[in-house]
Design a protein around this ligand. Structure first.
Ligand SMILES: [Zn+2]
Length: 273
């Protein structure tokens, strides 16, 4: 299976907030999403990144406008899924499915571009979002308007899939393609239903938002209070970060959604320079 990550845009943040002991300099965080090409299952995305639906579209609610304005996202034209697919002679309708790691705006903003794709996500988290009031969702950084209506009809819930064992203390995870090539790993704490993806064949764990910077996985350089306040469950997030750090310490590779440093699986993008 081919695994790569594209960058949908950048979001500036001070390093001192992202990791304890960090400098007071601004870092341009990436907003990665994955592009998987599986020999039998076809073309899949891992999230869809940030997009105009969250950042600039007319008709956005006040809360979404305030969120996007405060975070100052900068979209990447060449990193948009449509552009990345077009570079490979592909079209959004060629996408067989989208694995949604969690429902934060910078992971689901472009979901509406894939109206026929299958969706793999944490079903109970979606049910919780649909049932929650505006304020409760806002408090967790979730904007239900970005999650297309009727997505439930295309949804496969990770919790219902067969589970397989993973190395380096990751425990068991949901076998998404039935061949052990892509396994959803529960990484609770960041957001409701948040999971990462292990690719055992590549020795890779896509730990998504288990930390914003790679250094943030370690307790001594984990983010301070301001960032921990946005977490769904701080204690669970610390345990998840420790499991990812243990995988890394055992020789596994880790990719995070937002780490500003390039990684071996990143698609080349000139805007990243
Ligand atoms: Zn997130």
């Amino acid at each position: 299976m081919e695994i790569s990550f594209a960058n949908s845009g950048f979001v500036p943040a001070p390093e001192a907030v992202l990791r304890r002991g960090g400098a007071w300099r601004w870092r341009d965080l990436r907003v990665r999403y994955g592009v998987l090409r599986h020999p039998e299952q076809g073309l899949w995305l891992v999230d869809t990144g940030i997009g105009p639906q969250a950042v600039s579209a007319q008709g956005r609610g006040l809360a979404l406008r305030a969120y996007a304005g405060a975070l100052r996202y900068r979209l990447s034209a060449e990193g948009a899924p449509e552009a990345v697919l077009a570079q490979r002679g592909l079209h959004p309708r060629d996408v067989a499915g989208v694995i949604v790691t969690h429902f934060h705006a910078d992971h689901v903003a472009r979901l509406d571009a894939f109206p026929r794709a299958r969706i793999v996500a944490h079903g109970p988290a979606l049910t919780q979002i649909r049932a929650a009031g505006k304020l409760a969702n806002l408090r967790h950084g979730v904007f239900p308007g970005l999650i297309p209506q009727g997505v439930e009809a295309r949804l496969t819930c990770v919790t219902g899939l067969p589970h397989v064992a993973l190395p380096h203390g990751l425990g068991k995870g949901a076998d998404l393609f039935g061949d052990g090539s892509c396994v959803a790993v529960d990484l609770p704490g960041h957001a409701a239903g948040h999971f990462g993806l292990a690719f055992p064949g590549a020795g890779l764990l896509y730990a998504c938002d288990a930390a914003w910077l790679r250094e943030g996985l370690l307790p001594e350089t984990a983010p301070g209070l301001p960032l921990r306040l946005v977490l769904e469950d701080r204690a669970a997030a610390a345990r998840s970060a420790a499991r990812v750090a243990a995988w890394q310490a055992a020789g596994g590779q880790v990719v995070l959604c937002h780490d500003p440093e390039p990684c071996a699986w990143d698609l080349p993008q000139t805007e990243a320079l």
